[in-house]
Design a protein around this ligand. Structure first.
Ligand code: FAD
Length: 464
């Protein structure tokens, strides 16, 4: 098998040495690790397709991998040592930026931050933005339908793709790199592959939507009494700022305290403490106006008693400081001990009730546990993280993971929410999906999988 793979991608495109494979067989948090026959690193879509044809013939499982930043174990092989990891990192060409069509065609291994830069160099904007953008790839973003902080204004990765090129399990290459905004010629195959986590095909390139480059931005941290006030502020911000509202994140006081305690240089821009905070950002292609709009909006929120206090960033450094409070929160949770995490969504109007009920249930079940729910309130996605009680035994708390999951996910179902808002299913939520997804939807998903990958070689053991 190694010889045949080397014939396709050349010798230096195959890594079979155990020490050299270490970085690929586990993910950075070390939550998942496996073993692999080898890592294959093709340089073109044709090579990816040829590798798949070989693996299909030999019935060898293929685990696609981009930046290896996924949080649900989707990019990690199993323990058998029989699967190959197909790394897309060398497919890293920006094939075209077309400002007139507002599109960009890039290969799957292009790192998200590089795609953003390429758009900016052409005077355009690619709005997908997440904390892992320095290492995650466009292929991984589309395979997981990544969300991030701008979904409220621009949608998820799915909404940002016009077309994809995909290597199929049997080695054929589907070329669907359309720049068209209107094309009603049957089933939407592009969207079938987006969010499929490498189980239906391997994305080798994509045509993405571009937007006008924002030339003015205004960012604020707002102190709030509770999530109900956050909901009122969100409604007000949407009504006053419309499409200029590009981010609306919430953080509880305990989250701000963790960041202040553990992130050097972090500071609280508000004089007093507040139980909750919203991080709001407005952006516009106009050269000015966002700061005035945000100032007016905050004035109204303060006057109406929706907000308790607010700090507006006056410099780029201050803006970065406000974002640091939000982006470094997961890192700042680590020194506080074990943490049980959930990536869930509920309808936006239900967020205050969901948060109140979840906290009561968690504290009743695990007195002293410290809920730290934060995230993308603007699109209904809450990262419901629970830190262990202060001074408690880490392992004993983490052993209660299933119990906490049951509780949070049960509540998510009560509010007609989703057990995976943006991170996907992978290995982490595969069994849970079987319990919560509509059985007819699961039947259809299995039928699609069977049609596209009858031998089950694509990312075996993930999602379904
Ligand atoms: C610090 C941090 C912050 C994060 N923040 C967010 C966030 O705000 N929003 C969010 O949605 N996610 C977030 N994530 C999760 C992660 O960054 C995203 O899921 C990202 O889209 C994964 O991209 P990747 O290139 O690293 O993919 P990988 O981790 O390599 O793979 C992810 C999945 O996609 C499959 N895959 C990868 N490339 C391809 C391809 N070309 N074709 C087919 N399948 C493929 C893999 O098999 C795997 O199932 C965060 C992760 C970290 C570490």
């Amino acid at each position: 098998m190694l010889e045949r793979l080397a014939a396709v991608v050349s010798r230096n495109g195959v890594i079979a040495d155990l020490a050299d494979m270490v970085a690929y067989v586990k993910e950075p948090r070390d939550a998942y690790h496996g073993r692999a026959l080898c890592v294959v690193r093709p340089r073109s879509a044709e090579e990816v397709a040829a590798v798949l044809a070989l693996c299909h013939d030999a019935a060898v499982g293929v685990v696609p991998q981009g930046g290896n930043t996924g949080l649900v174990g989707g990019q990690t092989p199993d323990e058998s040592g029989a699967q190959i990891i197909l790394s897309l990192q060398r497919l890293d060409r920006i094939r075209e930026v077309d400002p007139a069509s507002d599109t960009m065609t890039v290969e799957a291994g292009v790192v998200l931050a590089r795609a953003q830069e390429a758009a900016e160099q052409a005077g355009r904007y690619f709005p997908l933005s997440l904390a892992a953008e320095g290492s995650c790839t466009i292929g991984g973003n589309l395979a997981t339908n990544a969300g991030g902080v701008h979904v409220i204004a621009y949608g998820t990765a799915r909404d940002l793709a016009l077309g994809v090129e995909v290597a199929l399990a049997d080695g054929r290459l589907l070329s669907n790199l359309s720049k068209l905004r209107k094309d009603n010629t049957g089933y939407d195959l592009t969207h079938l592959f987006i969010g499929s986590e490498g189980t239906l095909g391997i994305i080798t390139a994509a045509t993405l939507k571009l937007f006008p480059l924002p030339r003015s931005r205004a960012t604020s941290l707002v102190g709030l009494a509770d999530p109900r006030a956050a909901l009122a502020l969100l409604s007000l911000a949407k009504a006053r700022a419309g499409s200029a509202l590009v981010a609306f994140e919430i953080i509880p006081r305990i989250g701000v305290e963790f960041v202040l305690r553990h992130q050097p240089g972090a500071r609280d821009p508000l004089a007093g403490a507040h139980r909750w905070y919203a991080l709001i950002e407005l952006a516009s292609p106009a050269e000015s106006g966002t700061e005035e709009l945000l100032t007016e909006l905050l004035g109204e929120a303060l006057e109406r008693g929706v907000a308790e206090d607010a700090a507006l960033a006056a410099t780029l450094e201050q803006r970065a400081g406000l974002w640091r409070l939000r982006e470094t929160l997961p890192e700042a949770q680590k020194p506080e001990g074990g943490s049980i995490k959930h990536d869930v969504s509920v309808p936006i109007e239900s967020i205050p009730a969901f948060l109140a009920e979840a906290e009561a249930l968690v504290l009743r079940q695990a007195p002293g546990a410290r809920p730290v729910p934060f995230g993308h309130m603007g699109d209904g996605n809450i990262h419901y993280n629970i830190s262990q009680p202060e001074g408690a035994d880490r392992a004993a708390f983490l052993a209660r993971r299933d119990e906490m999951n049951e509780l949070v996910h049960g509540l998510v179902r009560k509010y007609s929410g989703s057990i995976s808002a943006e991170h996907g299913v992978g290995r982490l939520k595969r069994e849970l999906l079987q319990k919560v997804k509509d059985p007819v939807a699961l039947d259809l998903m299995r039928a699609i999988k069977q049609a596209l990958d009858p031998k089950g070689v694509l990312n075996p053991g993930k999602l379904l």
